[in-house]
Ligand binder design. Structure first.
Ligand SMILES: [Zn+2]
Length: 393
């Protein structure tokens, strides 16, 4: 195990109808709330009316900021920040998937940010020392409706610079942990199959990044916890798709997403996320769904490592999860992904062979460190990145 510090101050309220707690919880942290969510909230039925009422009952004022899209942009966050300042908002509630919650975090951090434009808080590269993380943010409460990013329990926000098309992250444990995560399985029963499946793949990817890159020493405990999360999600994907209104299974998927990325199962391991770095480039260029980009990357990474000698972690994964060879395990995973309708090749996003140079250049410029490698164990070279994209094609 590596040295680690574990800190997670997020209060979790889990269970059916947990959302009824929103008014009481919000009262602890503010008097004027900004609700951050998507441009189209028709999907949520009367959820927003209920939340407005629950806030009103506690004497809390609110404004809705319904301007977030998938792969949220700095432009959207800037507009939210401006409104927060003008309206003297003192609490942000993010409702939705990672996009809504992450945009909510960047807005919360931007209100008190005094190091220039919010673009400065983003870590665009591992070697980028010009990044100035926020140190003071408005409190946030998260209501996740798409189990995937675990954003409700961590201090990270992923955001895209719409001008450069670079998608990267803000990480600020000092101020970006939400105060409360309200995890209500009922809020996910109407989630479409594709979003459900992509979210599940994202959860698996969060654990797999660490599992493949686990590092050195005795990781028995982490390995077994991580295998537990992966196994659970794989076992429950088909179930949740066949019985979408089963709140027990929905709850399992939600809690799996939260614990995959709340620091617990990743403690003591490396936290590099090379598959995510290569996936973000696909989202930024082709607006591909995050979980789907990861589906293509997980398969390509597994297949790429079949022929490498330093593939111990990959072989262990194949052995313990599939009890098969690495190559056969990748085929099994692809079969499952096909069954649940998630893309398995980047050509399905519109990538052609001639685009690969551009993708490789993006990864190099955004994610490569000073050593001219992508942080990973083993480190991944530019040529490796190209090979992996080619396998994914
Ligand atoms: Zn992810």
């Amino acid at each position: 195990m590596n040295k680690f510090e574990y800190y997670n101050p997020v209060k979790v309220m889990f269970g059916e109808d947990a959302v009824e707690q929103i008014g009481v919880q919000a009262k602890e942290y503010g008097k004027k709330v900004m609700i951050v969510s998507y441009t189209d909230i028709s999907f949520y039925g009367n959820l927003f009316d209920r939340i407005h009422l629950l806030l009103n009952e506690q004497g809390i004022d609110y404004i809705d900021f319904l301007e977030v899209t998938a792969n949220p942009t700095l432009k959207q966050a800037r507009k939210g920040i401006e409104i927060c300042k003008k309206e003297e908002v003192d609490l942000i509630i993010g409702i939705g998937g990672g996009s809504a919650m992450d945009c909510a975090k960047v807005i919360a951090a931007g209100v008190n940010y005094n190091a220039g434009d919010i673009v400065n808080m983003i870590a665009f590269s591992h070697s980028d020392s010009s990044q100035i993380p926020p140190t003071n943010a408005l409190p946030t409460i998260m209501i996740p409706t798409l189990p995937a990013t675990g954003s409700e329990m961590n201090p990270t926000a992923v955001i895209t610079d719409e001008i450069t098309h670079k998608k990267s992250y803000v990480w600020a444990p000092e101020c970006l942990y939400p105060k409360v995560a309200i995890i209500d399985p009922k809020l996910t029963v109407s989630l479409p199959i594709y979003q459900t499946a992509c979210g599940a793949i994202d959860t698996i990817a969060h654990v797999l990044e660490s599992y493949f890159n686990g590092g050195e020493g005795n990781l028995d405990l982490q390995d077994r916890m991580q295998e537990g999360v992966i196994r659970t999600v794989l076992d429950n994907i088909s179930n949740v798709i066949t019985n979408p209104s089963d709140t027990q299974t929905r709850g399992v998927m939600q809690w799996a997403a939260a614990i995959a990325l709340n620091g617990w199962v990743l403690s003591g391991t490396y936290t590099w996320a090379p598959m995510h770095q290569m996936g973000h480039v696909l989202s930024a260029r082709y607006n591909a769904t995050h979980g789907a980009t990861l589906a293509t990357m997980i398969l390509a990474w597994m297949r790429y490592f079949v022929s490498r000698d330093d593939n111990k972690r990959y072989i262990q994964f194949a052995d313990r999860i599939y009890e098969k060879s690495l190559s056969d395990s990748a085929d099994d995973l692809e079969k499952l992904l096909n069954e649940v309708g998630v893309q398995t090749h980047i050509s399905e996003f519109g990538v052609s062979k001639s685009d690969i140079d551009l993708l490789v250049d993006d990864v190099v410029s955004i994610s490569f460190g000073n050593n001219e490698m992508l942080a990973s164990v083993p480190p991944i070279s530019k040529e490796d990145v190209r090979k992996i994209y080619e396998i994914a094609l």
